[in-house]
Each structure stands twice: as structure tokens, then as C-alpha cells.
Design a protein around this ligand. Sequence first.
Ligand code: PHE
Length: 448
Amino acid sequence: MASREQFSSKAGFVMAAAGSAIGLGNIWGFPTQTASNGGAAFVLVYFVLAFLLAYPALMAELIIGRHARANVVTALRSISTGPLTYKLASLAGFSGLIVASLILSFYAIVAGWMISYLIASVSDMLGWQGASSWLTSDSFQRNVIFLAIFMMLTMGIIAKGVAGGIEKWSTRLMPMLLILMVGLIIYVLMQEGAEEGLRIYLLPDLSQIKPALVLDAMGQAFFSLSLGVGTMLIYGSYLSEQESLPRLGAIVTVVDASIAFIAGLLIVPAIYVAKYYGADIFTAGGELIAGPDLIFQILPVLFDSMGGVGAIVAFAFFLLMSIASLTSSISMLEVPVSYATEESGASRGLATAIIGLTIFVISTVILMNFEALFGLVIDLTTVYSQPLLGVMLCVFVGWIWHRDNVLKEIKKGHGDIESTLFWKIWPGYVKFFCPVLILATFIQSIIG
Ligand code: PHE
């Protein structure tokens, strides 16, 4: 067998894993969920859950992945201990593949919108009115074309492999993302109206902490850290044995949560600046508009009100969104592609083409039945499947895989792990605390 690909360095892994984690979930999902869920109360719950639930689950994925050095299906099977757990491994593994592909199928639609608005900002600068209005028209034709463009970008990177594709592009794009974001924040915070947004974002209204908020925050945390579907598992499988997994996992969690928080400093004030300029930011029911209308109606009011610089700010904003989407979408596609190449022996190029095309077709079906399918697929994959699959992965590490073997794997790259707080807490944590808490949150929200 040819030797398996790896990330070339620790920094390469951090860029790729942070690139996967940081996406529309951070820059759009987190700020808007915060703004519509009682502001800083949501931030608080989110942070607690990110470290209490999502980080331990992330560790489970990284450890299984690096140990098995294989895709999610094969990896889970390799730590199963009998026919029953083997079946469970297949079930969880294949569910992961399917959910990752379905997440990509709606994510690519949204990312396509970002690219079309990005190009519209350029045609605005050039004064091409007709082009701009088509690019922002929300027609089926426009949606399919930009979906195809985005899928081709994603497939182009994945076809190049781990070091030459995923790592190379994450390392190029992530610093750009950070620069764009900081620049935009500075600009927006200097605008009239930004202060009101900041206040809403940062002052908690603790009376808002209800079961539904906790479930939302949990789903958001799992989505944001790309958990449950085998993404982090496969990235872990490309990591060298010299690296300390608990440390790298902690870095990725902190970076992801920080970027979500920082994105809130951009988006929430921007909403209130737009309000200052006359945008209607509330629905008829008095709730803050949080869905696609926020990005594609409210923020454009803001850009238009800025005069000449508006097109430049819009360009920077939609470039930021496009980059964030791309470094995440590649990690979704890698999940089924790694399975196909490792199990069928197909070349990476061929596997990428077939799977990418299949996902494109699914996305097109969603576009054709947008009202019925779009929200449904999002809820099914992110609110339910991701946390439940996260429970499965915790069960594999906590109950099925032998504790000595888990220890042996974490010891690689972290020789003194047994004497650390991590090893005192984490094993019992993934075994009892995580599954119980995740399931309890579900049950609570269903009966609550
Ligand atoms: N974490 C990504 C985001 O926040 C989404 C994602 C989910 C990526 C699942 C990979 C797998 O946008």
C-alpha cells in the first residue's frame, strides 16, 4: 500500500482544522443566534458548552482518527470488539458520511450566494447595473450556476489531496480571513448605531436561558467544531504521532470559539448600523431577522448607505464569507472521499468527481424544492444528527474501545499525559457526562 498522506506540520493541521471549524457557523450562525436568543446569555451558554461538551467530543474524534489512520467507517470498525459493536460502527460511520454530504449539499448553496454577491460588488464598482441585479436576483438559474462554481472550487482542492490541497489552501486562506474580519470590525464599529448593537451583544439577559436556548447552543457548538460526522476524525488521521492531541484540540476549540465571538463584534453592530440607516431589522413578530434576509437584505442597506466605499466593504465582507465557506466545505467533502479512496481503491480524482457531482445533484434537488427541503435538511443534520452522532463517538471511546489502548494513543506526543488533569477528567467525562448531558438536553427540549 502506498504510504498514507499526512499534514506536513503542526501549523498545517491547526490551519486546516481551524479552517474546517471556522465557517458560516461562526460568522453568520453564531452572531445571529446570539442576537435573537437574548444576546450575551447565549454567548455564555455557548462558551460553557463548547468547552464542556464539544471539546471532549472533538478529542474523541481526533484520538480515534489518529489511532486508526483511516476514514470514519474503517476507523470505527477497527476499534469495535465484536459483531454487535462492528454493526454499530458501520451504522455510525455511514451515518457520518451521509450527514457530512448532506451538510455540504445545503452549505454549498449558501456559499454560492456568497460568491454571487462577491461578484455583484465588483459589477457595482464597474457600474454594471444589469449584471448586479441578476447576480442578486435569487433566480434558480443564478443559484445553480454559483452552486456549481463553489462545488468546483471545493472539488479542485480536495482532488489535490491532504498536504497539496487541504493544508496548502487552508494555510493561504485563513490569514486572509482574519485580516478581512479585523478590518471590517474596525470599520463597522466606527459607524453610527454600532454602539447599540454592541450593547445587545455583550449584556446578558439571563432570563432568556431556557431549554430551547441550550439545545440551540449545543447544536451550534457541534456544528461549529465540525463534530459528529467524521471531519475531525479524518483530519486527526492525517496527524503525526509526535503531536499532542489534547493540546492541538484545545487550540482548535479556543480559536473556533474566539472567532465566533469576534464575528459577533462585526455582525451584530452591523445590523444596528443598518437599522440606523433605515433598514427594517425586525420581523412582524418583533424578532430580529436572522435568516438569509439578514445577509442579503439588511447588510446591503448598510453597504448602499456608505456611498463609494460601500462596494469595497461589500467586497471584503463577501470575500470573508466565501473563504470561510471554502475551508469548511473541503473538510466535509473529504469525509466521503477518504472513505471511497481507501475502501474502493479509486483514485482521489475520480472519487472526488463522482461524489462531488452526486452532492451537486442533491443540492439542485434542494434548490428545486427550496421551501420544503432547505430548512428540513439543516435541522435534520445540524440540530439532531450531529449531537447524536457525537454521543455515538463518545460511546465508542468511553465504552467500546479499551481504556489502555486509548491511553496508549494519547501518550504518543504527550508522554506525561497520565499525570495531567486532562487524563484525570476526560475518560470519565466522555463515558458518562457527555452522553448523559447531550441526551438530557434533547429530552428536555422535546418535553420542555
Ligand atoms: N464548522 C463549520 C462552520 O462552522 C461547518 C461544518 C460542519 C464543517 C460539519 C464540517 C463539518 O461553518
